[in-house]
Design a protein. Structure first.
Length: 331
């Protein structure tokens, strides 16, 4: 395993499930400074980390002070599926009171080394992309990534709109707009795989990663999600998530459209606008005050313009800082 060199008085070990509540508190303290707009509670973190895709012993580290209290953490997590390059996602945070002491640098060094190790162990035959994502409101993390030699390769806009003055419902001949139901979960997964074949960083989601990362998440709301169905087949979808932790922190409940897509053969019929307009109305009726989503600034389907036409505006921008690794010799 890669070494982790820390300032005196600090120790590191793998994250344990029992650490999750304290790490949620650490993230809440960091959010007051970092302004990411994200508010993840203990159950949200448990969903991301305590599952079959993550090896807590190998892929995570928590930094503890002399009293055993967590002051930072880092993860290097690689979903099992990929298309162009094997993606290893490097995430972490240092408590605001402990920044500027080299902890973040040490953790990023560990993450990059662990990411390279994961690549060599699991998919040496393919290129890999090690990625840190930093909001533009996080200049310290941006500087850390830059010093480590990572390059800014993609910009993602987090867009929001109030649930007032909603767009009119859009009818598409022959298509029914219906809520998500669990009997269609795998069909929606397959529709998503078909819809995102050309998108940067996308991958063919298998059943396990689909469940862990999407419809099995704590905040997933089937009742606020919308499917476009024609002749019994799912053609388009908007999947909604509501974070009660964020609602408690901000006083406003947001319906976040985590996945929106249209299968290739059904494009050009106005289905994206139809499912989003319906999902906005479902969110308003379900007690939400705002709606949000994320879009790649270079989205190949022109989604940014679509979302702007539906009343969404950019609230924050997140940058992917990456290191691309070639296939491992002999892999």
């Amino acid at each position: 395993m890669p070494d982790l060199s820390l300032p005196a008085g600090l120790t590191a070990r793998p994250i344990h499930p029992d650490d999750v509540p304290a790490l949620a508190e650490l993230l809440a303290a960091a959010e007051a400074v970092d302004d990411t707009g994200e508010h993840e509670g203990a159950e949200d973190l448990r969903g991301w980390w305590v599952n079959e895709l993550v090896d807590l012993d190998q892929d995570t580290r928590v930094v503890l002070d002399g009293d055993g209290a967590p002051v930072a953490f880092a993860t290097a997590i690689a979903p099992p599926t990929f298309r162009d390059a094997y993606g290893v996602h490097l995430e972490g945070r240092v408590h605001p009171d402990r920044r500027g002491r080299g902890i973040g640098r040490a953790l990023l060094d560990w993450q990059l080394a662990r990411g390279a190790q994961v690549h060599a162990e699991r998919h040496p035959e393919a290129p890999a992309r090690l990625t840190v994502t930093a909001y533009t409101s996080m200049p310290d993390l941006e500087a850390l990534a830059r010093r480590a030699g990572l390059q800014p390769v993609r910009w993602f806009h987090h867009m929001e709109r109030p649930l007032t003055d909603l767009p009119e419902p859009r009818a598409v001949p022959g298509v029914d707009l219906v809520p998500f139901t669990w009997d269609r979960d795998d069909e929606v997964r397959r529709a998503h795989n078909a819809a995102f074949t050309e998108h940067y960083g996308s991958s063919e989601r298998d059943e396990a990663s689909w469940r862990v990362m999407f419809t099995g998440q704590q905040g997933f709301r089937p009742d606020l999600s919308v499917l476009a169905v024609e002749d019994g087949a799912v053609l388009a979808y908007a999947l909604s998530y509501v974070s009660e932790t964020a609602a408690a922190a901000t006083g406003s409940r947001e319906s976040y459209f985590g996945q929106i897509g249209v299968v290739p053969q059904a494009r050009g019929r106005g289905l994206s606008k139809a499912v989003i307009a319906q999902a906005l109305r479902a969110a308003a009726a379900g007690g939400c005050q705002t709606a949000g989503l994320q879009v790649d600034s270079e989205n190949v389907t022109g989604a940014l313009g679509l979302y702007e036409s539906l009343g969404f505006a950019t609230a924050r921008t997140q940058v992917s800082w990456s290191r691309l690794l070639g296939p491992v010799a002999g892999g």
